[in-house]
Design a protein around this ligand. Sequence first.
Ligand SMILES: Nc1ncnc2c1ncn2[C@@H]1O[C@H](COP(=O)(O)OP(=O)(O)O)[C@@H](O)[C@H]1O
Ligand SMILES: [Mg+2]
Length: 460
Amino acid sequence: MQLLRLFRTTTFRLALIYLLLFLAAVLPLLGFIYWSSLMLLERQTDETLASEVAGLEELYRTSQLAGLIEAVTTRANRADGGLYLLARPDGTPLAGNLKRWPGPRDEPQGRISFDYRPKDGGEIRPARGEYFLLTGGVWLLVGQDVSQLRRIEGLILQALGVALAATLCLGIVGGIVTSRRMIQRLEAINHTTRDIMAGDLGRRVALKGSGDELDQLAENLNAMLDQIERLMVAMKEVSANIAHDLRTPLNRLRSRIEVALISLDEGGESASVLERTLEETDQILTTFNALLSIARLEAGTVASRRETLSLAETAAAVVELYEPLAEERDVRLVCEVSGPGHMTGDKDLLSQAIANLLDNAIKFSPQGGTVRVSVAPSREPQTVEIGVSDDGPGIPEADRDRVRGRFVRLEASRNQPGSGLGLSLVAAVAQIHEGRFVLEAAHRTQPPGLLARLVFPSLP
Ligand SMILES: Nc1ncnc2c1ncn2[C@@H]1O[C@H](COP(=O)(O)OP(=O)(O)O)[C@@H](O)[C@H]1O
Ligand SMILES: [Mg+2]
């Protein structure tokens, strides 16, 4: 699998192309070396033969057949690999160390390659020779044993084969090594970008320091991320600033409305208008306060009071607060607790988070539905978990990340009251408690409902 991915990388393909080009250059070169060394060896044999033949011819001219027979006999007895045969016109030997004429002799002069068996026995060996028809119908053959030559040929071929195999291996291994390093670095970049997309915007791609293309890519990515982070921070600051700056005038507005209400008769037209205005002002103030809380939590500027608390007790208190609302909506509220669930945290913030989850669960439950709050040790070791589930429509998987964002409200819940800040606050509270906030389907059946889980590090 890993190897398959390697083959698909651009680097590996490049390495392969280089290898092929390299082979295209090296193969003819190796071929040329082979061919020219063979030529050299053969020429040496041929030259030895030629000089030998010239000598014997000369001898024949000066001292006739008898002299030649004597010379051939002495030379044939020298064990230097020289092969000689002097034969009558019908091929029967006159002198020499070959038992019979080894091949055809159609021309008066020619070259032949032949195999022979040495006089002292042993294996059949390869040889090459030249033959002549001398005046008087006598044939002379002078040859050379070429088994040594063939062996050297074999050795050269072997060496070239080894060189070729080594080249191939080097090319392939080099290709794999370079592309694997490339993959590793790209994988590191991918890893970081995945982390960033998962919400850890502070992460940056590590540089290798070589200043190569990948480093440049990483640098550009990092610069881009810096820019994005600055923009995000600026955006959050703007919304927090607006909330902050408008809170004071809004509070003044609110007290004026209250003052005006006192002077009016209860139940009158103007009074009811003012009362509704007061309600909406309260709504806006709640939204602004939530926005500010989230901003402070995310910025880490809020001084959260850390105390040892029981998550079960905290949850029970919030559930009690929401019982009237549940009753009013005809929703059954069940609290299941196994163990106290000790942890350290800010009780007010945790209560607020649980309240937001309960508020949603009751809000989105159908009439006669059940909202279940459970506190139990989590599946993961040393953690405690609170889950709030309902029988409502749930949140489609694709939207589960999105709804944690500020002001995000799904289309399906437009007709319900709310500001879209509830889950953002839950996420922020989970974050400062080093906890996890998970949304999933509560049931396998339809409607799936929603199970919101908060997982915190627990105390023993
Ligand atoms: N229990 C739930 N069931 C179905 N949808 C939910 C549930 N809780 C939250 N949502 C969806 O997530 C959105 C954001 O929730 P929240 O941040 O609490 O904002 P609000 O409750 O003010 O609308 C809601 O508008 C709704 O679309
Ligand atoms: Mg809500």
